[in-house]
Design a protein around this ligand. Sequence first.
Ligand code: NAD
Ligand code: LMR
Length: 342
Amino acid sequence: ATQRVGGRVSAAPIVSRVSRRSLRCEARKVALLGAAGGIGQPLALLLKMNKFATELALYDIANVVGVAADLSHCNTPVEVTAYTGPEELGACLKGADLVVIPAGVPRKPGMTRDDLFNTNAGIVQALIQAVGKHCPQAVIEIITNPVNSTVPIAAETLKSMGVYDPKKLIGVTSLDIVRANTFVSKEKGLDMKDTDVPVIGGHAGATILPLLSQTTPPTSFTDAEKKAMTEKIQNAGTVVVEAKAGKGSATLSMAYAAARMAESTLLGLNGEPNIYECAFVQSDVVAEVPFFASKVLLGPHGVAKVMGLGELDAFEQAALASMLPQLKAEIQKGLDFVKNPP
Ligand code: NAD
Ligand code: LMR
């Protein structure tokens, strides 16, 4: 069987790349929290076009009824429903197989992702409390920044409710893989649909570590090229924030990346074999940190296996060693937010 890996930016229609088994119609409810936002709206459109979802429940604190009315006119079979405000959140989540969370504030120029912590930590905690109550069996995908901290917040929140399943909690880092695949295929003249660059670590600054030495198809970089390409991938989010000049961060490319991640997750839930993506999950692949992004195998219960890192070259080994203190501190900040509230 062929491996489908790392963000799969293939332009080929998905139905040509999966076995007939996945085309069986399983009822799959996807809940999208923060659905009226910059990411939420295009992501809702892509999920409405998804062949493996049957119901799309849109939730936001405002403006979501119009988004759902608009979307419901697209002639695809996915049923769209809208829920506004905390009193409707339970109904949105009930029976969900997959919950995708882009709710929260984005960066403005000059901010780090960690600067969003004070606002977004509480938003994610409250939404996860509702998930733990209404659909504890669902796979949860967190887009809200800072991902390095919001995923640990979610884990600790679910733990405190006695419903934490590490296989079902995923921090979405697929935009880093999408970017790495795009930039590397362009620079090296590779076919975009065949290019795969794993990205490990976390989702902020130096914690974003592309493994250029593991690029598929194999390609080589000089030391200078490797450094420049790594920094370009790490800095790509900030480039978008600056280009949008105060009007938010990446939304369209993020929606694209999250839609691919959701599609892979649904394929895994349907029992499709060999579905691999890079994602930030509970992990013991690097002893110093309890959460880490690496390639994972997706299966019928969420993350079926966290894969090892493979061989890192000297540049990647040094970059990994030097980013671990930042990643560790950002994870700890999330854990502390729940365990020892400020
Ligand atoms: P946005 O401001 O356009 O949209 C956010 C939406 O969340 C809004 O509709 C808002 O009403 C809603 N919201 C706020 N509080 C809520 C709550 N308590 N419950 C439900 N909904 C709530 O922002 P955006 O551009 O869509 O970005 C959303 C988040 O995604 C930000 O934190 C951003 O940093 C992050 N992000 C992550 C990645 C990644 O790679 N993981 C990429 C891009 C953006
Ligand atoms: C990104 O990588 O584009 C997101 O994390 C948004 C941001 O703040 O850069």
